[in-house]
Design a protein around this ligand. Structure first.
Ligand SMILES: Cc1cc2nc3c(=O)[nH]c(=O)nc-3n(C[C@H](O)[C@H](O)[C@H](O)COP(=O)(O)OP(=O)(O)OC[C@H]3O[C@@H](n4cnc5c(N)ncnc54)[C@H](O)[C@@H]3O)c2cc1C
Ligand code: SF4
Length: 330
């Protein structure tokens, strides 16, 4: 039996010092990932520092129309916050599309960004896995990889990033605010999620004891008409096979501004920059949407079981843009 300590922190500095001061210290928020994986022996924390009493659970307006979402705000609270529903519907929709009602009541926004992959080999300690134990191999490459990534994979890992809300946050260029033992940082969300490369065990740039304090959502007027669509094997309580967060502004029939990000297909929440570039200045019609989707997925590297995701992701992009522009939603 391994000893597991527990401490409840009453302020952020104490929480950071406790985790930083223990080589196997970890923050405990809602526990929906941390406790699950500790029980399965996938994670082996020596000390869990409960941060649930820290005053980091607000959703505050920022001057100009942006939002500051506390790291401990619960998914369900953020999903129904009036400012989120009105100004960033894709964030609200992505949250509601995730997990179950009970989980959303427990799960925090900071924990959501740090949740671990759903690859079955990662969660089975009897299997080798480069992410869990670097250098042991990746059985998913030639094994079960139907749900795995077709974008951003490497020779070491092809696990899909599982978060829904992170996809919407990537689309709006959110910023992750952190506080560590020595300094505070603001990390652009696209840089917060790391590609697996040769270090699949490193998923984000947080140092040991670095606490996410808030997620800043910059003002984006066009996001008040935005959408998050999620495609999965069943309509609830299931991770995405493909998902898309989209916002578009059309002027005189032409795409003036667009944001697109994909979930369920990338090793990180995938900003679809090729599709965005292809759409700007083009007619806001089915042909442009399909071409943009084709260009984004042209870089996909599917494997035997997940080839279908190439078409699925393209259709998801087209459907989201049609939904927003009132086009034919095929
Ligand atoms: C059955 C099931 C289905 C799910 N389905 C979905 C889904 O469809 N879509 C989806 O997006 N998610 C889904 N999830 C994942 C769920 O959203 C996450 O487990 C949850 O958001 C994690 O938040 P938490 O507060 O419980 O984090 P915890 O479990 O407490 O922590 C998770 C990790 O984050 C770290 N951490 C927590 N807070 C901070 C912080 N402030 N700063 C730094 N590190 C921190 C912890 O140390 C730990 O490593 C599902 C989970 C389960 C169990
Ligand atoms: S895909 Fe990644 S998480 Fe899954 S077995 Fe391979 S290395 Fe591990």
């Amino acid at each position: 039996m391994r000893p597991l300590g527990y401490a409840r922190a009453t302020d952020a500095d104490a929480a950071i010092a406790l985790v930083a001061g223990h080589p196997e210290g970890a923050f405990l928020a809602g526990g929906t990932t941390e406790v699950d994986l500790t029980r399965q022996d996938v994670l082996r924390p020596g000390l869990l520092v409960d941060i649930n009493r820290l005053p980091l659970d607000g959703v505050e307006d920022l001057p100009g129309g942006g939002l500051r979402i506390g790291a401990l705000a619960r998914m369900s609270d953020v999903a129904r916050a009036p400012a989120v529903v009105a100004r960033f519907p894709m964030i609200s929709q992505a949250l509601v599309a995730g997990a179950s009602a009970q989980l959303r009541n427990m799960a925090s926004m900071g924990g959501n960004l740090c949740q671990r992959v759903r690859c079955g080999y990662f969660r089975d300690v009897a299997s080798p896995c480069n992410k869990r134990e670097p250098g042991t191999g990746c059985p998913a490459m030639d094994g079960m990889h139907r749900g795995h990534a077709i974008l951003g994979g490497s020779g070491t890992c092809i696990a899909t990033h599982p978060s829904d809300v992170a996809v919407a946050l990537v689309a709006v260029d959110a910023v992750v605010h952190t506080r560590g033992p020595d300094a505070e940082r603001a990390i652009g969300i696209d840089d917060f999620f790391l590609l697996p490369g040769d270090t699949p065990d490193r998923e984000h740039p947080l140092g040991h004891g670095e606490l996410i304090t808030a997620i800043e959502v910059p003002a984006l007027p066009m996001a008040c008409r935005s959408v998050y669509l999620k495609f999965r094997d069943r309509q609830s309580y299931e991770f995405a096979l493909a998902s898309v967060a989209a916002a578009i502004r059309v002027e005189d029939g032409t795409v003036a501004e667009v944001r697109l990000a994909l979930g369920g297909v990338g090793t990180k929440p995938w900003r679809a920059r090729r599709a965005e570039a292809s759409l700007l200045g083009r007619p806001a019609d089915q042909a442009s949407f399909a071409e943009a989707a084709r260009q984004e997925l042209a870089q996909a590297t599917p494997r035997r079981q997940n080839e279908f995701k190439v078409e699925l992701a393209q259709r998801a992009i087209v459907r989201a843009l049609n939904t927003l522009t009132g086009g034919d939603a095929r």
